[in-house]
Design a binder for this molecule. Structure first.
Ligand code: B1M
Length: 211
């Protein structure tokens, strides 16, 4: 089987929620020197894209989406150590969380992993984080940058109050925002310092902001 065929099969295993098969084929791909980035983009994300379309069209329901998410997470566990292997001296500390009302954490976790791989110390504060949670964690960890993720049009609006709270407290820390429903225009409108279209984009923006 060619690399491309294996990546397509991996996408199918994610869609079908076959986490053991997803893990096996991911290990095979790594063994055959396929890069973690290719596995992520051309296998796992491709599968999740289809899951999202079917979920939207009521062809898949929450339990099936959860098993698909588990398959993606299982595979991510295999590639994560490789994504982190280039780790060097910390370039700065990043606090990252998913906003209030939102449980989606797969994308946020990938961003956190990529940031770590790029040399940042990452404090992941989880999902459903409201204004107070972001502020308290900021006070505790004093990060150089804060990342917020949102996957729902109904929760992306919870980002602006966080940024405004920090402004009101005269805390000048840069914010990067991201997640499927966002774009640069929205990021500008809510006063975010940067927008990451994907995990690589987020790292690039962090590198620019903290250079
Ligand atoms: Co949800 N869900 N979901 N879901 N879910 C979406 C987001 C949706 C688009 C599906 C659809 O209808 N097509 C839709 C949102 C519609 C909208 O608002 N526009 C939706 C909905 C409606 C819902 C519920 C409301 C469904 C319901 O209950 N009726 C519900 C809400 C729960 C809640 O949060 N309160 C819900 C629930 C769930 C599950 C729990 C079943 C599960 C989440 C499991 C988990 O995360 N632990 C789930 C999933 C898995 C999805 C889809 C299928 C996949 C999301 C995902 O993980 N993608 C999703 C459809 C889709 O996006 N294709 C969908 C893979 C991930 C790697 O990509 O998260 O986009 P993503 O992250 C990317 C970029 O966005 C970016 O980089 C990442 C990597 O490249 N990025 C950042 C993300 N965060 C960033 C932060 C940054 C920078 C970049 O800087 C800090």
């Amino acid at each position: 089987m060619t690399e491309q065929e294996k990546l397509s099969e991996l996408a199918q295993f994610v869609i079908a929620g076959k986490h053991i098969d997803a893990q096996r084929i991911t290990e095979e791909l790594i063994h055959e020197n396929c890069s973690p980035q290719t596995i992520l983009n051309d296998g796992l994300m491709k599968g999740m894209e289809v899951v999202g379309q079917r979920f939207r069209d009521n062809q898949m329901y929450v339990p099936q989406v959860l098993v698909a998410a588990r398959a993606m997470k299982t595979s991510m566990k295999v590639i994560e150590p490789l994504m982190l292997s280039g780790k060097v001296k910390s370039k700065g500390k990043i606090l990252i969380g998913t906003v209030k009302g939102d449980v989606h954490d797969i994308g946020k976790n990938i961003v956190a992993t990529m940031m770590q791989g790029a040399g940042y110390e990452v404090v992941d504060i989880g999902t459903g984080c409201d204004v107070n949670k972001f502020y308290q964690e900021y006070e505790t960890h004093k990060p150089d940058l804060i990342g917020m993720s949102a996957l729902l049009t109904t929760t992306m609006i919870n980002m602006k109050p966080v940024i405004e709270h920090f402004k009101n407290k005269n805390v000048n820390v840069p914010f990067i925002v991201g997640g499927a429903p966002l774009n640069q225009k929205f990021a500008d409108e809510i006063g975010a310092t940067g927008y990451g279209k994907d995990a690589y984009g987020a790292v690039k923006v962090a590198d620019q902001l903290l250079a």
